[in-house]
Design a protein around this ligand. Sequence first.
Ligand SMILES: Cc1cc2nc3c(=O)[nH]c(=O)nc-3n(C[C@H](O)[C@H](O)[C@H](O)COP(=O)(O)O)c2cc1C
Ligand code: SF4
Length: 529
Amino acid sequence: MELQDLQLIARRERERRRRIRIHCCTSSGCLASQGLEIQKRIEAAVSAAGLDGEIEVVGVGCIGSCGQGPMVEVAPEGILYEYVRPEDADAIVAAVSGGECNLQRGDPQSQFFTRQFPIVRKNAGKIDPERIEEYIAAGGYRSLYRAINEMSPSEVIDEITQSGLRGRGGAGYPTGLKWSTVAKSRGDRKYVVCNGDEGDPGAFMDRSILESDPHLVLEGMCIAAYAVGADQGYIYVRGEYPFAIQRLQKAINQAKKLGLLGSQIFDSTFDFRVDIRVGAGAFVCGEETALLASIEGRRGQPRPRPPYPAESGLWGKPTLINNVETFANIASIIEHGPDWYASIGTETSKGTKVFALTGKIRHTGLIEVPMGISVREIVHQLGGGGASGSEVKAVQTGGPSGGCIPASLFDTSVDYESLAQVGSIMGSGGMVVMDDSTNMVELAKFYMEFCKDESCGKCVPCRVGTVQIHHLLAKLTSGNGSQTDLDQLRELCQLLRNTSLCGLGQSAPNPVMSTLKYFPEEYMSLIER
Ligand SMILES: Cc1cc2nc3c(=O)[nH]c(=O)nc-3n(C[C@H](O)[C@H](O)[C@H](O)COP(=O)(O)O)c2cc1C
Ligand code: SF4
């Protein structure tokens, strides 16, 4: 495979394309609402109308506004149909040929779409994730070619460092620094691991990226492997994501067939193979040391660090572990340069972030926004405010490790430091909106119940503490709590935060602490009652 071969594939793909493309969303959400049947019925309607030569029907990844699915888009006009049913197929095809159509339309000019800044989601909803030719026609694998043929490994690491990219898995660790640590670590073998465990309740960013554009993640992993000197990669995906796994496997097979994975990639001396490992849905297996133990076939439990995986990871070898979204940023950084990437976002948080916007809000779905946007803009401009006009009370970011941001602090900038300052975290990108009907103590109890169930039990503070805190919250919400219980709740939260072995126990108190801070009256009213 040479650059000319990539260009040839791209040219043939463009020549093959029909003038009009009907994009049917085939991500999990829309598939669960008859997405595949809708695609088949539209294909049949196109054939019946004798329009096969003019229109092609394409199954694409997530279009974004998942709450309004199943979605169908007619390109290039950009007409969006929402809540589509299989029986709407004839009407959609008739409308493409100029007929009347009364189906509910989405507004591509609404702020939900126009305020977004797609880098990671640049191809989502536009290409067929099951055809490598479409990814190549969209410019795919050129960054890998450039990295291998025009850059040294250390130049690649320098570009990633200069871009300011930070890990999107939660902690926000500088990606370039992690890559250079792995590159410098000694080992006869090195590994690259992609963390696709995504266990936060309500989060589906990584699933959507894997389902919509699996080659983007593979290309990022491949560039990383070249930079750190690894020859084997693993993608760890939770078993609850069957479509993501299927599409990834298909993508790996296609890339292997074209010589973009395997031996002597782009006729160089660089070899890189990728295999999928399927997790069993334990939240703690997203923690990096537990994940590595799980890949090795051992029980998925965290271990103390150091040593960090960058020095001693899989089978004791230096291992680079990054999140799905982190890898999905890499090809664009190599393509457009680190200065371009660093020009997006804030001083310390560069680029964009994908959020799963859910809860009591008008427009739910996946959004990709530049860092530095305010919580208010996300809630009121992209999200359109409270569902059915209700008053938005707070936003919870960061899943069970995160905190609640009250409406009075909605001018907070969405970046790592500002979110931490108000007692929350960026996390992996869950964003749940709450209105007046949400009881904040119940919410804290919900997240604590999750942490209690997901605690691996290895260390006492988390194993016992999550049960005790959950018990106290249940006592409060049942109206049997006292001031002593509240005091004990605070004390236990501090204890858990300071003494747990891994991030699960250390951050489990966050939803309780932040609701205690911003909504004390809701706790007090339960005691007074
Ligand atoms: C309990 C727990 C669960 C985690 N789950 C995930 C996860 O699902 N996906 C992920 O990428 N990182 C998760 N992390 C963070 C990882 O340990 C690790 O920091 C991350 O994969 C590193 O990649 P990044 O630098 O690209 O963010 C979790 C951490 C903890 C403590
Ligand atoms: S903090 Fe919780 S999840 Fe983490 S090692 Fe301890 S018991 Fe396991």
